[in-house]
Design a protein around this ligand. Structure first.
Ligand code: GTP
Length: 368
């Protein structure tokens, strides 16, 4: 599975935000229907209804444009949750001022409260309660203004009970919403930890911990894949070459300079092989001081020079752990894959060539 690029991840997050925004608009659309209903019932004059719809469309368009142009990505909360919940309430509060019946206003309270639930997707407890209290204060201010300017439309005993009930409902919703929000963020944190742990497990299962090279199982799997690929390519002059590489007299190095020095040499030789092979070539550690190199799509007479390059690079290395004049050398057995040959046989030929290289004095490459 190919990893998602940052660009794709941003795109996915933006389309999710747009989807949520549309849900928010749908919620606001219900308020629009209620406003239309009140107008048709004769409880609202036309002018504020038009202002309500015009300002709602303006706010929605503005939000969509901010999202479409990616301006939201500069904000601390790119989902603009606070703005999305609070802004649509402004036209509602405005139109509520003109509703003739006090009961008509209660309808708006219900619909605005629905919007608060979107906070469960992103807001923390403090933010949820801030919005809840803003809603409540907004309604209180509206009733106070009405008391001052149109007292015939306010019946305070009913408003007092409404304000109390509204405060209770908002508090419960803010509490439950922030609880859900917290659960969501804990869940996404656990998911991130799980992903990280999975990556570590894959690393442990496929890499050799000392050299960080692919381990025996991984490099052998790669070898099998390359053999299958090479067998599929019946035409052409390129072939699959492998080299089994072994550090010479490694036991002596360990015994003379210590195991830690041996480990350091294994690491440095690994880095050198990695740096010397071509892009597309592959190396893994298959045993103590033994490595398998895979040269896919290589002209048969290029496999030996490729192995030789590595031999020379290792023999030129200097190690802090060893005396200045001490040279670490490697022997290699190279084999070119024959069409239809099994993986085992191909490997055996390379291994036998390595044996010959050791017997012929080491520090050399032998073709099997
Ligand atoms: N430091 C270190 N030594 C290792 C590790 N794995 C295997 N060895 C040692 O590598 C040595 C391999 O020794 P031999 O198989 O006799 O091979 P050699 O001494 O290199 O001799 P030739 O291959 O014939 O040149 C052993 O002493 C192992 O203990 C490792 O991870 N770290």
């Amino acid at each position: 599975m190919s990893a998602e690029t940052i660009e794709q991840r941003i795109q996915r997050a933006q389309s999710l935000r747009l989807k949520r925004m549309l849900w928010g608009f749908a919620n606001h659309g219900c308020t629009g229907l209620a406003v239309a209903g009140l107008y048709l019932g004769g409880f609202l004059p036309l002018a504020p209804v038009l202002v309500f719809f015009a300002s709602s469309v303006l706010i929605s368009t503005l939000m969509v444009l901010i999202l479409q142009f990616g301006i939201n990505l500069r904000f601390r909360d790119p989902s603009m949750t606070m703005a999305q919940i609070t802004l649509p309430v402004i036209p509602s509060l405005y139109v509520m001022y003109f509703v003739a019946l006090p009961q008509g206003r209660i309808l708006f309270l219900l619909l605005a409260t629905g919007g608060l639930l979107f906070g469960a997707l992103a807001l923390n407890r403090r933010q949820m309660f801030t919005i809840a209290w803003l809603f409540w204060l907004g309604y209180l201010v509206l009733v106070l203004i009405l008391t001052w300017q149109a007292p015939d439309r306010v019946y305070w005993p009913l408003e007092a009970v409404t304000l109390f009930a509204y405060a209770s409902v908002l508090s419960i919703l803010a509490y439950l919403g922030s609880f859900i929000s917290q659960l969501r963020s804990e869940l996404s944190m656990r998911n991130r930890e799980l992903k990280h742990a999975n990556l570590e497990l894959v690393e442990l299962a496929t890499r050799d911990p000392l050299t960080s090279l692919p381990n025996r199982r991984t490099v052998m799997e790669q070898f099998e894949k390359e053999v299958a690929r090479s067998d599929r390519q019946t035409e052409g002059t390129k072939a699959l070459g492998i080299s089994v590489l072994d550090i010479d007299h490694f036991k002596k190095i360990n015994d003379t300079f210590g195991h830690q020095a041996g480990d350091e040499i294994l690491r440095k030789v690994s880095r050198t092989i990695e740096a010397t092979i071509r892009r597309g070539d592959y190396v893994g550690r298959i045993g103590g001081e033994e490595f398998l190199l895979i040269f896919p799509d290589t002209a048969p007479d290029h496999a030996i020079p490729a192995a030789e390059r590595i031999r020379r690079a290792v023999s030129a290395l200097r190690f802090d752990e060893l005396p200045e004049s001490y040279r670490v050398t490697v022997s290699q057995g190279v084999a070119i894959h024959q069409p239809g040959e099994t993986v085992e046989n191909n490997f055996k030929r390379a291994d036998e060539a390595l044996y010959q290289a050791k017997n012929s004095g080491r520090n050399q490459v032998v073709m099997g």
